[in-house]
Design a protein around this ligand. Sequence first.
Ligand SMILES: [Zn+2]
Length: 313
Amino acid sequence: MPVLALDIGGTKLAVGLLTAGGEVLASVMAPTEPAATPARVLVTLSAMSGTAVREARVRWADLRGVGVSFGGPVDFLSGTTVTCHHLPGWEGVPLRDLVSQQTNLPVVMDNDANAAALGETVFGAARGCEHVLYVTVSTGIGAGLVLNGLVHRGANSMAGELGHTLIVPDGPACSCGRRGCLEAVAAGPAIARAAREALATGEPSALCSLDPDQLTAKDVADAAPTDALAARVIAQAGEYLGLALAAVVNLVNPQMVVIGGGVSQGGDCLFAPLRETVARHAVSESTRDLRIVPAALGAQSALFGAAALGLGR
Ligand SMILES: [Zn+2]
């Protein structure tokens, strides 16, 4: 029986119909309207779900359930959103029950980092692993932890806030109000800022041809294989990430660390310093068999994870 997967993100909505084996029968995507209210998002998702069901030529009655990935913290037990960092009006919305009323199906909901961790574990890079740390590095840094095959959510559904680990005391300001968090020194905006600062010293670089105000982490990652300045900036982010990961590796001894998000496309320029730093700072018995790899499902990790949630994983 197929499952309906909903991924509610700050920039896009995605709906998929997947089999228990992870085969995508249909998928529909739409940009998220910046001022969309929860009610409006639900109407859009309902229309997208109808399209997906028609495309896949399945009947509602044949669906096993619904999994929802939400781009912000959720209270897992009550199925309520806490807030959304990108959209207004999502404080305390009983999203799980609303989707259940709309679809007449059982619904399981989680935040996007947990969903992505589960997606990569069930269908992606970490298939067959029991202990997995998933870290997404894009505008922010989030993480999801799978232990003994189950998502570890913690006492308040707040496990995985790796992005707010202190890395540089008194460092740059973070979105959370503190200073020197991992997110403030290694996420996309921090990479772009570090590149701009290096360029301002007059060092020659291929990035000089770009408008500094428009410079993105992707520009820096793309230039890194052939540009010394860009490579140094990406390597620094990799080292910072490695410091935070080493602490988690020491604590939970995962089999695999999966890195997702746009910055994970940085290739060896990112992964080599990241792996070296983890090897240097985590105990060798924990890193001997540890694999640190890019996500296999790319931007769809959370959608696949929503499917896994709907399948009861
Ligand atoms: Zn922070």
